[in-house]
Design a protein around this ligand. Sequence first.
Ligand code: NDP
Length: 264
Amino acid sequence: MDWYEWSETPEGEFAVIGDPVSHSLSPRMHSEAYAALGLSYRYRAVRVPVSEFEEAVDRLRSLGYWGLNVTVPLKETAYRSFPGGDPRQGAVNTINLRDDRATNTDAPGFMGTLRDLGVAPCKSLVLGAGGSARALVVALADAGFEVLLFNRTSARATALCEQVQVPVTVLENPDPAGCALIVNGTSAGLRKECPPVLWGRAEPGAVAYDLTYSGEETPFVRAAGEVGLRAVDGRRMLVDQGALSFEWWTGLPAPREAMLHAVL
Ligand code: NDP
């Protein structure tokens, strides 16, 4: 079995919790890291509905789990129980249950991959207003990017702007005109959907970056490729944020090559 319901999860040390979670490559990636370093830790994918977050974490703690990665849609809920990282981001993706501390490795992981892609500060369009989009908006603005934001539910984008304390312009339409970077921070791809983008207004040569990944090309990557953009999915970010989580928990240098090999 690739994933567990939280009420049926066996003992272990590390897990990614979320809903859905069956698509996650984190168990494979972290297991490769443990194997590369001769560690005997177990890392599991555990489905936790948002309304059952606290009960689930209590059960995992009682089973010996101490390192949790948090994914869609739990990052903001997790922040309320385990505040950590940058308060402007209001979302965490990494928890240590031994000392009840938490942090967010999504933003530094994402920014690291942007540097690898050669993307310098520019005008950018971020799609989505959930936990991941919020962390990225702060990181992009701090790094000198101009940030435009579009979300399906516009009230949520407006609320995000009020929370993050960085300059963000909320758009009424997903218009990428003038943007050298388009970031899909929505979870639409998990349902094989593409968030709306006015692709015909995209700049030639822009980078289209989908945080989502799956076993196949994501709808956002496909749509961006069809209009000639340079498109990447979320696997490299998965490795970068996962390596930072690994190091934060264990104090050991993460075997990034082994982790990359596990997901590419
Ligand atoms: P949240 O549940 O917090 O937010 C989801 C966002 O997606 C909301 O803004 C929601 O809009 C929007 N959305 C969902 N479905 C659609 C749709 N069909 N069309 C348009 N918008 C939609 O999720 P997270 O922020 O935690 O995660 C977002 C995605 O990023 C996930 O797929 C996750 O797997 C991925 N991710 C990948 C990482 C990596 O390492 N590669 C790291 C972090 C995240 P609305 O407000 O209108 O509901």
